[in-house]
Ligand binder design. Structure first.
Ligand code: HPA
Ligand code: ZN
Length: 324
């Protein structure tokens, strides 16, 4: 393990907090809440993490959420992750959560908000970590439902740094959510969207032009259309790339074939992130290390990528100045 990569101050901009649920905590919460799991052991859970595509992962990801029932569960989930992130040399975490994944299980909106924001406050006070909260809409559910969640979240707008768009990308283009994102914009909320993970480069273009996003989550398939690469380059829109996720979900076959070097060479604002660290084989340091092993990048390049993330992060200018 590289001491340099560990010590490098890293900001994580693309993390699904529900995807940080390690099997050990999954079992502990299942026991606490009397939830039956379809697995007998931690090893059985890990053995199930053999994905063929995004949907095969999402099936397990939504199933795993069943153990999250109370504000305390969300607090434990986030604190567990924040401690691991700090051990990886992470100084700032932007956590996304999926309220619809909880609402459809009859877990009301205040439950994740209370638990996550309590953990965020505590992490800032006791771990020296800065944090930001992103509320994501599920693109494989209706835009009407997303709009009703946005409306219901009114008491919490002051806690949100942005709204996002995630879940199954194929056949769920950004254009479906234009109205929801216009409302978010009118409310003064910054906007992000997953695009160009499994979906085509045209979805990246749609996210930029129709949703007016300030960052693209993943975006790796932009390379299939030079015009979209140029659009990203001129706008300097950061991409939150998640290399180990892309390998696990078979967006790419191997790390060696990952297009990260091409994205960097194209002059794009690239950042490295973990996505769903419990499911994809590691957190921020594992993702940085995988890039070092696969691409033999210089320390200077890693510094540039870490700086990209600090510059693109939702944090006070005072905190940014302290970290840059
Ligand atoms: N892609 C889309 N939606 C998600 C992901 C992802 O990698 N992780 C959690 N929700
Ligand atoms: Zn993601």
């Amino acid at each position: 393990m590289s001491e340099f990569l560990k010590a490098l101050p890293k900001a994580e901009l693309h993390l699904h907090i529900e995807g940080s649920l390690e099997p050990e905590l999954m079992f502990a919460l299942a026991k606490r809440n009397g939830v039956e799991l379809p697995f007998a052991t931690v090893d059985e859970v890990r053995a199930a993490y053999d994905f063929t595509d995004l949907q095969s992962f999402l099936d397990l990801y939504y199933q795993g959420m069943a153990v999250l029932q109370t504000p305390e569960d969300f607090y434990d989930l986030a604190m567990d992750y924040f401690r691991r992130a700090v051990a990886d040399g992470v100084v700032h975490v932007e956590l996304s959560f999926d309220p619809q994944g909880h609402l459809i299980r009859d877990i009301p909106l205040p439950v994740p908000f209370q638990g996550l924001t309590r953990a965020m406050r505590e992490a800032e006070e006791t771990l020296g970590l800065s944090t930001a909260l992103i509320m994501s809409f599920l693109r494989d559910r209706s835009p009407e439902e997303a709009l009703s969640v946005l409306t219901a979240a009114a008491p919490y707008y002051h806690l949100l740094s942005a709204v996002g768009l995630d879940s199954a990308e194929r056949d769920h283009p950004p254009s479906l959510f234009q109205g929801v994102f216009e409302k978010a914009k009118a409310l003064g909320l910054p906007r992000l969207a997953h695009a160009g993970e499994e979906g085509p480069a045209s979805y990246v273009h749609e996210a930029l032009t129709l949703l007016d996003v300030c960052r693209i989550d993943h975006g790796v398939r932009c390379l299939e259309d030079p015009a979209v690469v140029e659009e990203l380059r001129i706008r300097r829109t950061p991409l939150t790339v998640c290399p180990l996720s892309n390998v696990r979900l078979k967006v790419v076959e191997t790390m060696a074939e990952h297009p990260l070097p091409k994205l960097v060479e194209a002059g794009l604002v690239v950042t490295i992130n973990s996505d769903d660290p419990a499911y994809f084989g590691g957190g921020m340091l594992a993702n940085f290390t995988a890039c070092q092993t696969a691409f033999g990048w210089s320390n200077d390049l890693f510094k540039t990528l870490a700086r990209n993330a600090l510059e693109a992060a939702f944090m006070t200018e005072e905190r940014r100045a302290e970290l840059l």
